[in-house]
Design a protein. Structure first.
Length: 267
DNA sequence: ATGGCAGTTCCTAACTGA
């Protein structure tokens, strides 16, 4: 079973690239972030024609998440409020950043974590509040999913120095600050492990490169797109890689897809 | 040190992203 995550930075702009990628990479589940489109305008048919079922939660201009699955999902849940009480969630579901499905008894959670803008900004506070709620959300789902969780998406956090091309002086930098990293560590401590780092320990592997500085040409990137697995699934994972090839295309997303393979029989 | 690019809408300017 193959599960992939990809921040496409507008599904309407990237539609053809995603279709091509799906044809070349026969994944069972594809989690998309930053679809940037309301549900009514999501380009469903090109993906349906490839045989995928679509589960989407979008909004105008910003954010937006979607999951494409080969098999019909056993369950679909949108937002934190599908799991947590309304008073806990507050307004944190207004931005469409969370969608989950159950496939092969595995719950696959697709996240678009807030960027946070600058350390100390209102958006940074929002990111930290959001991450605290995410921990509650994952804790609740852990209890009800004995077969395991796959928590993936654009986390907008590089957890370790080896995940950044130039990690110097990043303690107060957005996506690498000490507080953000600790917030993510607190989430992982509930029982999640990084699939990518099971197979690759060296530095120099990234999933995002800034458009503005021609960062991709020099591989000046960050690894901020992650796939985290509960212990049983982690043991069943047989590979995890970042596919940089779509980043080389004309008009690419600034992110590359990440794919994990699990040794689970496909029905 | 600064700004660089790309996407969207309130579309030829302003915003958000990371």
């Amino acid at each position: 079973m193959k599960i992939a995550t990809w921040n496409v930075n507008s599904i309407r702009t990237r539609q053809a690239q995603v279709v091509d990628w799906l044809q070349d990479n026969q994944v069972d589940v594809l989690c998309l972030q930053e679809t940037k489109v309301i549900d009514a305008d999501f380009p469903r048919s090109p993906f349906a024609e490839l045989g995928y079922h679509l589960y989407i939660s979008g909004q105008k201009s910003y954010n937006g998440v979607a999951i494409l699955t080969r098999e019909v999902a056993q369950e679909v849940s949108i937002g934190f409020s599908s799991v947590l009480a309304a008073e806990e969630v507050g307004d944190l579901d207004e931005q469409k950043r969370v969608i989950a499905v159950v496939v092969e008894d595995i719950r696959i959670i697709n996240l678009y974590v807030p960027n946070g803008s600058c350390v100390g900004s209102d958006k940074y506070d929002y990111k930290l509040t959001w991450l605290k709620l995410l921990r509650q959300y994952i804790c609740s789902l852990l209890e009800q999913q004995p077969s395991g969780l796959c928590v993936c998406g654009d986390f907008n956090i590089a957890l370790e120095d080896r995940d950044i091309y130039n990690p110097k002086d990043k303690d107060n930098h957005i996506m690498a600050s000490v507080v953000e990293r600790q917030a993510l560590q607190d989430i992982l401590a509930v029982g999640l492990a990084d699939a990518f780092r099971k197979f690759t320990s060296e530095e120099g592997h990234f999933s995002w490169w800034d458009y503005r500085t021609r960062a991709f040409q020099g591989n000046r990137g960050w690894r901020i797109d992650h796939i985290y697995l509960t212990p049983e699934l982690y043991e069943l994972s047989t590979g995890c890689r970042i596919d940089v090839s779509p980043r080389k295309l004309t008009k690419p997303s600034d992110h590359a897809p990440v794919i994990v393979e699990l040794s689970i029989s496909n029905k």
